[in-house]
Design a protein around this ligand. Sequence first.
Ligand SMILES: Nc1ncnc2c1ncn2[C@@H]1O[C@H](COP(=O)(O)OP(=O)(O)OP(=O)(O)O)[C@@H](O)[C@H]1O
Ligand SMILES: [Mg+2]
Length: 370
Amino acid sequence: MFDFANQPPVIQVDQLNHHFGSGDSKTQALFENKLNVRPGEIVIMTGPSGSGKTTLLTLIGTLRTVQEGSLKILGQELNGMSQLGLTEIRKNIGFIFQAHNLFGSLTAFQNVKMATELVGLKGSTVKPKIEQMLTRLGLGERIHYKPKSLSGGQKQRVAIARGLIHSPRIVLADEPTAALDEESGREAVTLLREMADRDGCTVLIVTHDNRILDVADRIINMVAGHIKNDSDVKQTEKICAFLQATEIFAELTPRTLTDVANNVEVRQFKGDEAVFHQGEEGREFFVVTSGNVAIVRTDAATGKQQTVNQLGVGSYFGEVALIENQPRNATVVATEPTTCYVLDREEFRSVIDTSDSFESELRKAMFERN
Ligand SMILES: Nc1ncnc2c1ncn2[C@@H]1O[C@H](COP(=O)(O)OP(=O)(O)OP(=O)(O)O)[C@@H](O)[C@H]1O
Ligand SMILES: [Mg+2]
């Protein structure tokens, strides 16, 4: 299996903005996007229509000019790159776009062969390779058919073969399985998974097809021109499992729980390090996932400090200041190396708004702690 964890990213997006139109009709389609994808990773991108997925994908694919921010492909900055440079980069990319744009006068085989010629792939192995791939995608009987004699799904499969035939280092796919039945959709993503695992090919798929989500190493969500969260799927699952086992989060619906898991930040504290201080503004909510913290209160009149509570794994703190909009009523100190999941104020509020059980648990706990 390809070990991608220690490789530098092949797609690096940083502070990327994009506008369409000019003057009064100028509108911004992408806002400050950041994304890193490593060799061998498959990333699925979802999000509402018009949120900017195709715009981002075409920028990454060098099919659009980078206007603002940084976009590096295979370590090379696209912002300001010459057309010649972009053409060279493009040879490393395979495109599977929904509008298949096959040449009507060419057969399935010839359409795929053209993609090999464009990147200068020659030799006796090309022909069997094309035949093999078309067969694999269920088109063995249709290799010499022209697009007009193929169904929508079959044309889409030719487009997939065409996008992958030159063994690109990066595959960009926009709804590649939308026109496919379950079986051929599965075959297509299995092919992508193999290329990722075997060759370290990087795959970015825009899709609403929830039948193929399991192929992803990560799922990212685009909302209103911005990558909302870029969470490691396994990490999210781990966080969900942890939260579900705690009293306070146990009653949340899977949807809200996933939302929370997508938005928590994992933060580490050294022994004796303060998480926050009494009197500070409350901006975050904490769940202890390992270690231990002490809640220390300072008497305003005497200045005397007293440890009022110790909290271990699965406990939470920081809610009082958030709910009552008041300064922190105590200092919290890690008593040993400690890890917490941290939720910011807005996210914390939105969980309260969606879950009565969460709020009533919190109020109960606040009452008991007073
Ligand atoms: N060529 C263009 N000229 C002007 N505006 C455009 C152009 N292409 C896209 N837009 C706008 O940019 C925004 C993002 O569009 P984009 O096609 O990236 O969305 P998307 O997430 O791919 O949507 P869908 O899921 O419907 O394919 C939309 O508001 C769209 O209207
Ligand atoms: Mg689109």
